[in-house]
Design a binder for this molecule. Sequence first.
Ligand SMILES: Nc1ncnc2c1ncn2[C@@H]1O[C@H](COP(=O)(O)OP(=O)(O)OP(=O)(O)O)[C@@H](O)[C@H]1O
Ligand SMILES: [Mg+2]
Length: 263
Amino acid sequence: MGRISIASVTKCFEAGTSVVTALNDVSLDVQDQEIITLVGASGCGKSTLLNLIAGFETPTAGQVLVDGHPIKGPGPDRGVVFQQTALFPWLSVEDNIGFGLTLRANRGKADRQQVVERMLQRTGLLAFRERHPAELSGGMRQRAAIASVLAINPSTLLMDEPFGALDSLTRSIMQDFLLEIWEEQRKTVVLVTHDIDEAIYLADKTVVMTAHPGRIREVIDVNLPRPRRYDMRSESSFIALRDHVTQIVRTEAIKETAVAAVG
Ligand SMILES: Nc1ncnc2c1ncn2[C@@H]1O[C@H](COP(=O)(O)OP(=O)(O)OP(=O)(O)O)[C@@H](O)[C@H]1O
Ligand SMILES: [Mg+2]
């Protein structure tokens, strides 16, 4: 469960007296348990697309379906992780992870605690369970945020530049962490990133978007074997994919700059 279908979606925003078309006639199918990464120039509509799937926004035209049903709003089947996902600063790591579960009436206290223990263990945060968010490193905070989303057991993870604020070493560790979770739990993942290596390393498919208005420029199949390993990045198949994606993203960004210069 976690099949997403974006069918001819256009999204416009009113900005003062003008209208911004953030997405124009976008169609994309994401299979259950697939990892899709979205790349493209700043402002091309990546977050807008993710927000539509999350149910935070509604399309101006077209439809977004999850498992064949139109999305009516946010739901526990879709967990969302942002670049700096908000944790409650006054709650401990443990209570942050358990918070979403307390809102779900069908969970008993013992059952809830079991899920929290598993998440603390899985994310390597057992020793930090009593700490508050301000007392954690950026990587730990992001692991706590991911744990709090995973605790609700969504079938889909929507991630908007989830590792964008981390240093490159922590970032690569977090990429492997996400892939390990995926190997274990096989969720559908849609992840936005500006990092092309990250986009390829994680994905089954990388979607490159055009700038203004956002459309899908190309969907690239990433046929690298799983489980992925860090050293794959130096293999020729990985380098060829990276060069290909970089070329398209660059071409689109240059076009955008030219349009902006003409005015
Ligand atoms: N709530 C809003 N009101 C008005 N315009 C908006 C709104 N949200 C997004 N936009 C516009 O829609 C376009 C797409 O924005 P979006 O945030 O989806 O881009 P993005 O690809 O995520 O960019 P970035 O890589 O910088 O995060 C931009 O032109 C943006 O200004
Ligand atoms: Mg964005």
